[in-house]
Design a binder for this molecule. Structure first.
Ligand code: HEC
Length: 223
């Protein structure tokens, strides 16, 4: 029976059953939905790398080994020196620009100037890059290419070997630049205030002076 010719109470029951089934915990029942993923399939998706290094696969690489790989697989978009071609993301430089304000300047957020954890670099390349062929790199290739990106940012040496034991310990330049965002009306660990909050609201900036808001152009009158 399709949903369209169900009677309303049948539909309601059907939807309730759909919602409840995952929680019913009936062991051994087979509803004929989906297939059980194999350990290999789960391993293929369970690839995230955490700031403490958990998830880094065994492997190794140096910037010297990564340079030709980077030039072959990444430079067409990100530039030979991480400078970014056209509007593709810039991967290197931008140090001391995070407080720059438009129109005098603008923050250049790169792996080197902005990212607090080296693990994010491994994780990102490992899962998402190169853009046209994500997940095509071996662990050793990712270590080597990541080392090269870090080298372009003057964070590691050209021949310094990076591996699963030392990668997450790299001290990124902006590691202390992130602070917990404790809103004044939200006690740490508490519920957000939704009504009659005891804090004055002060508007400290508006979008218009940044000229990001389009002008309200009137349509010319038609006779
Ligand atoms: C075809 C163009 C292209 C290629 C080739 C490519 N990338 Fe990217 N890269 C992108 C785009 C687009 C993004 C932004 C994706 C997004 O924001 O969703 C990106 C984002 C990134 C970022 C995050 C930048 C940031 O600050 O957010 C890193 C790191 C990166 N790429 C590394 C690499 C590496 C290493 C390679 C080579 C193995 C590579 N990319 C190949 C297009 C490309």
């Amino acid at each position: 029976m399709s949903v369209s010719n169900m009677r309303p109470e049948g539909l309601v029951f059907g939807l309730a059953a759909l919602v409840l089934l995952p929680f019913s915990g009936v062991a051994g029942e087979d509803f004929g939905l989906g297939v059980t993923p194999t350990p290999e399939q789960i391993a293929g998706w369970d690839k995230d790398v955490r700031p403490d290094g958990v998830g880094l696969p065994p492997g190794r690489g140096t910037a010297a080994e990564g340079e030709p790989l980077y030039l072959e697989k990444c430079a067409v978009c990100h530039g030979e020196f991480g400078e970014g071609i056209d509007r593709w993301p810039v991967l290197a430089g931008g140090f001391d620009t995070l407080k720059h304000q438009w129109p005098e300047g603008r923050p250049e957020k790169t792996v080197g100037s902005y990212w607090p954890y080296s693990s994010t670099l491994f994780d990102y390349i490992w899962r998402a890059m190169p853009f046209p062929e994500p997940k095509s790199l071996t662990p050793d290739e990712v270590y080597a290419i990541a080392a090269y990106v870090l080298y372009l940012n003057d964070i590691v040496g050209y021949d310094e070997e990076l591996n699963q034991d030392n990668f997450a310990k790299i001290a990124m330049p902006n590691r202390d630049g992130f602070v917990p965002d404790t809103r004044p009306d939200v006690p740490v660990g508490g519920e957000p205030c939704m009504k009659d909050c005891p804090v004055d609201t002060t508007i400290i900036g508006r979008a218009a002076p940044l000229q990001v808001t389009p002008e309200d152009k009137k349509e010319p009158a038609v006779d």
